[in-house]
Structure formats: C-alpha cells, structure tokens
Ligand binder design. Sequence first.
Ligand code: MV4
Length: 503
Amino acid sequence: MFRKVLIANRGEIAVRIIRACQERGINTVAVYSDADRTALHVRYADEAYYIGPSPARDSYLRADKIIDVARRSGSDAIHPGYGFLSENAGFAAACGDAGVTFIGPSPEAIAAMGDKITARATVAKADVPLVPGTARDLHDDDLFDAAEKLGYPVLVKASAGGGGKGMRLVTEPAELQSGLGAARRESLAAFGDDSIYLEKAIESARHVEIQILADSHGNVIHLGERECSIQRRHQKLVEESPSVAVDQDLREKMGAIAVAAAHAVNYVSAGTIEFLLDKEGQFYFLEMNTRLQVEHPVTELVTGVDIVKEMISIANGRRLRLKQEDIRMKGWAIECRITAEDPENNFMPSGGTIVSLREPTGPGIRMESGIYEGIEVSLFYDPMIAKLVAYGESRAEAILRMRRALSEYRIAGIKSSVPFHLSLMDTPRFQWGQFDTRFLESHTAPPVQNIEEQKRLAAIVGAMLHHEGGVRSINISHGEELEHGQSTWRRSALLGGMRPLLS
Ligand code: MV4
C-alpha cells in the first residue's frame, strides 16, 4: 500500500481525503497557499508544504509545484479531490511521468470524457442513450439543418465545456446564428477550443447521476443514483440518494448503462455518469465526471461503501472486493452544501472571520467541514465551506434530521446558506419530492419563522411525517393532485403565506 499520499486540494474535501488515509495508516501531505496558511487541511495533515500565492492559478493549479512537493516529500501518490487539477489529463500524465500515482482515472479516460463530442461518440458505441443531437462539430449551415431536424428549442453546447459552461438555449431559428457565435466565442475564450455541438433541449427533467467504481482489472460496479436537481445557476445546493423518481427497475437499467459507459473508456477509479431523466422515465447520457464528486457522501451513507478508500485501493492496483450483488441501498441520505454566501442577497459571496461556530452533530448527522472558529473565509476559492449530510431510515426521517441539524447550526461573522436550506426543508414541494432542475427558478418557500414558531412547526411536521411511517418517500398530500402543487390543508394551515425561495 502507499506509505504517503499528497492531497492536491484544500477545504472540506482535503480533510475528507486525509481522514481516509489516516484510517488506512497512510501518511498525508497537505499543500497550501498564502490564504490557507492556517487552514484546517494543513492542521490535519502530517506534513504541509507552501505552494504559492492565494489565486488558484498560482498555487492549487500549479501542477509543477505540486509534483515537486510530491518528490521532495517522498509521496507515492496524489489525490486531486474535485475541481482544481482533478480533471486535467495533462496533470494526470505528469504525475505518471514523475513516478507518482495519480489517484484517479487514466489521462486518456479524462481526455475522452472531457471533450463532450468525443464522450458522446465513445459511449454511443456501448449503446448508451444520448440526447438527440449532432455527432461532431459542423459548419454553421449544417447546424441550421440539424437544428431543424432536431426541432426547437435546442441547446448549443461547448465540446470543451460541461457543467453548463458555454451552454446556450436557442428557442427559434432566428436566434441560432447569434447563439452559435456566442457559444463559440465563449468557449474559445474559456477553453481555447471553439468546437460546439447541438442537442435537443429536454424540458423539465431531473438530473440523476450514477456513481461507479472501476478497478484496473476490468471490474466495474455501480452504487446506485443521486438526485441532484436542486441547483441554482448550475451550482448544486442539495443532493440526495436514492431519488424519489427511481425505482429498483429503473436503477438497474441506469446502473447497467453507466457500467457500460465506464467500460467504453476503459475507466479506472471512481466516476459518475450524469443523466437527464424526463417525466416519462426516459433517461439520456449528459456527461461523465471523471473525479470524486462533492456529493459522494450521500452514496456512502446509503451503500456503506467508503468511496475515497476504494479509490486509494484501486489506484494501488487492487481488485474490487465488492461485487454488484453485494451493493444494497438502505435508508435515505440528503446533503446540503453550506456556502459562504448570502441567500437573502442573491447568494452574494460573504468573506470574513468566523467569530463563533457551532456545528451540528447527533443521530444520523455527518458533518464534512473545512472551517473552525477563528478561521478567515477568503473569497479566493469556491464559496462552499462545509457539507451537512443527514441520514435516516426513510426520506422523512432524513429531512427531519436535516432540519433539526440546520436549526442547531450557528455560524457567526459571515453569511451562510443555512437559512436557505432550512426554508427548503420546510417547502412542501421539496418534501413531496416533486421537483426538477427548474425548481429553484420558480419556487416559493414558507415564510421565515421565528424560533418558537419554528419549533411548533417542527413538532407538527415531525408528527405528520412520522405518521407516514418508514416509507421510501414523503407524501404528505394523501393522493391530492401533486401536479397542481396547490392546496393542501398543510400549506394553508401550517405554512401561511409563501415567499420566494430565492430572492
Ligand atoms: C441539458 C438540459 C436539457 N436538455 N441538455 C446543464 C449542465 C450540464 N451538465 C448539462 N445541462 C443541461 N443539459 C439537454 N439536451 C438541461 C441541462 C440543465 C441542467 C442539467 C442538470 C442539472 C441542472 C440543470 C439546470 C439547467 C439545465
């Protein structure tokens, strides 16, 4: 096994990876920038090395400096976490050249999935269902014909993009020319590549993704799905596993397709296949994420598999000990991303010193945190400072534990997304599981309650949900028309007037 692993990341995910190493008896090496001299991951690791100024391009994105630290520290392997260099094929290759194991997939798999046109062509060969679209970059004339055949609205997507970057919705032919131009320019500026492709726009779908694990001996398994539809401007805010929209039959179908997609690129390590799932239950491949994801804990809680430890074993050349039939999903897990942003003010980033902090614990709660009392939250990096994950036997229990934990949470000195999450947990449509990726654009939440009011509401909702029993999903509407989303006595009597969930 590796004796020493360098963690090329910061914040909560660096802490998460350090913990996995510690449990395996592996020594850990942190790297840090100026802004992170006193960061939590620096304190948790056995050794820490300075790699440069605060801007990521001068520190966490400096492949050369990080590989140099790996050499100097005698590290056998590098775990890249998510973001930064995690999906950089050049970095993965440079690690290999330096004789350091990259804990992740091959540079070839990263490159194939990073280029979305190549990704579509690759998985299509394995009969993975694609959103109808174009198979390669075409001249504008041909794109007009293609759009006509697909039918409007269409999405113009940057081949080098992903996660919604460089994406343009075009609803009619008159807008296509400017859409193509804008997407090409944006993509060239951001990625140095102006290849684009078209897809038919699937309206009102859910974002459901399948976690896979693949070893270097050709074994691939899946760990079921995550529901990630609750997002704002392509930033996920809440994820859960399982999804209310996926039953065992659909899970097995999507799982088998995800495994086939992984085989199609000879994938090794943990990875995720993203799908759009429409109202008819049809699903379509979107992208493959060739990294450990932010939301991996919800899968860990319902399957009992430690994904980070599995990644380390796989990178070490070991065979997966788990077979597909060993994987069972039990209970329900929900994750809230805690960000240093002001939900009352358009999610404006909020930096500063955390002058006092109380993080929730207790039954069914897993806190993944990168902060402590006294730390300064800088604005150099992603605003996510922690993840609060709740587990329960049922979705109802997970929600109740989440709202209980959120109401214990105190972060003073900066604004955080905690109040947003609290009001989401009290939103009937969320409780019903009736949402898609457009949910946050339109939806309303109950009014902010004072503490006493909140306690009273919690007691009532708690009793109500408990009464529903250990069911797989909450349905507090008792057969009333969910489509209309109107009208239950619960909303009018308990929740009072509604206000926008997002301001
Ligand atoms: C789509 C789509 C509808 N139709 N593709 C956004 C992020 C990137 N992974 C792909 N995305 C989408 N692609 C087609 N053909 C809708 C989205 C989309 C979305 C996807 C997942 C989660 C949230 C989303 C929010 C808006 C749009």
